[in-house]
Design a protein around this ligand. Structure first.
Ligand SMILES: CCCCCC/C=C\CC(=O)SCCNC(=O)CCNC(=O)[C@H](O)C(C)(C)COP(=O)(O)OP(=O)(O)OC[C@H]1O[C@@H](n2cnc3c(N)ncnc32)[C@H](O)[C@@H]1OP(=O)(O)O
Length: 288
């Protein structure tokens, strides 16, 4: 287990260096996730696929399976976060969509849609504690949650156009629902990554935190807003707000997957991804 775990108290979530009697590690054999639950049955799900939490099929499958477990055990809330103080999640694992077999691209995307259905449609309240950069699929994970708290001085957004492909329509809808049509169109067509403060201004995130500890305090504050709200009523309202998009993704999952695979497999798109990866490597080289 990592040296830091999150100790939850009635007064808020605090960083602690040791496992408290109040916090228990969930059962389940996860390679890329740590799942802790407090005495109030709030789960803290920490992605820990070093170095940048890129979403490969294995990590996505683990997230999906945790979400099933949290539903079954009637979890009262969930905080999704990262082990890293630099990157929340770097999006889909580019190496699973670059020069890959259509079946592998399809599996990866379809598993992301499974996470969409379970996380966006969860019966319990969800909050993302975004402790670092959240490009593309990283931003998407945040958007699946109900509330986003982001540590200052990082970047978040849907930069798919920079890689040479477009964000699929359920993601476009999610972005429109969150920041409005005009802002979404401007952001998506340019593959814009927002700084934390720009993201707050436009409504892509709900609160800014100065560091991880504050992000957790605020996440806990968000979950505690519902202490006096009957969970059944809360969930009915949530589901009614999210039903249309959830039904669309559930019914058309296969169609969206086929569309994504066809688009990613195009020669021009593969060329753009190659150029993007070169650029990423050059940036790293020049930084050293
Ligand atoms: C209904 C669902 C619809 C979903 C629609 C589609 C959704 C998503 C599509 C995607 O998510 S495509 C992925 C897009 N991701 C990005 O553009 C992010 C690219 N990465 C970065 O910008 C940076 O790496 C970072 C995240 C800001 C971190 O920067 P840092 O300087 O800390 O680290 P690096 O040196 O750049 O990277 C370290 C190491 O990780 C590799 N890497 C980074 N991102 C990815 C990734 N997404 N997939 C795979 N690998 C990644 C990077 O190449 C470095 O590797 P090495 O050079 O060390 O081998």
């Amino acid at each position: 287990m990592s040296s830091y775990v999150y100790k939850t108290t009635r007064r808020g979530v605090l960083l602690a260096k040791t496992v408290s009697y109040q916090v228990r590690l969930c059962s389940g054999n996860f390679r890329h996730l740590e799942v802790l639950k407090d005495e109030n049955n709030v789960a803290i799900v920490t992605m820990k696929r070093a170095p940048v939490n890129s979403l490969n099929t294995e990590l996505l499958t683990e997230i999906s399976s945790v979400l099933t477990d949290l539903e079954e055990t009637k979890c009262s809330g969930m905080i999704l976060t990262s082990f890293s103080d630099k990157v929340f999640c770097s999006g889909l694992d580019i190496y699973e969509i670059f020069k890959s077999k259509p079946s592998a691209i399809g599996t990866s995307f379809s598993t992301l849609l499974e996470v969409f259905i379970k996380l966006y449609g969860s019966t319990f309240p969800t909050v993302a504690a975004i402790t670092g950069h959240a490009p593309a699929g990283g931003c998407v994970l945040g958007l699946f949650c109900e509330y986003r708290i982001m540590v200052q001085n990082f970047k978040i957004g849907l930069n798919e156009d920079q890689l040479g492909f477009n964000a699929p329509s359920p993601i476009v809808k999610l972005m429109i629902n969150t920041i409005g049509h005009r802002n979404a169109e401007l952001a998506l067509t340019s593959g814009r990554l927002f700084t934390t403060s720009q993201a707050l201004q436009v409504g892509l995130v709900d609160e800014i935190a100065k560091d991880r500890t504050e992000a957790f305090e605020k996440a806990d504050g968000f979950l505690r807003r519902f202490e006096m709200i009957p969970p059944l009523a809360r969930n009915f309202t949530k589901q009614s707000m999210r039903r249309a998009l959830l039904q669309d993704v559930t019914i058309n999952r296969e169609k969206y997957t086929e569309g994504f695979v066809s688009m990613i497999s195009l020669h021009e798109v593969q060329q753009s991804i190659a150029a993007y990866l070169d650029n990423l490597k050059n940036k790293k080289r020049n930084a050293h």
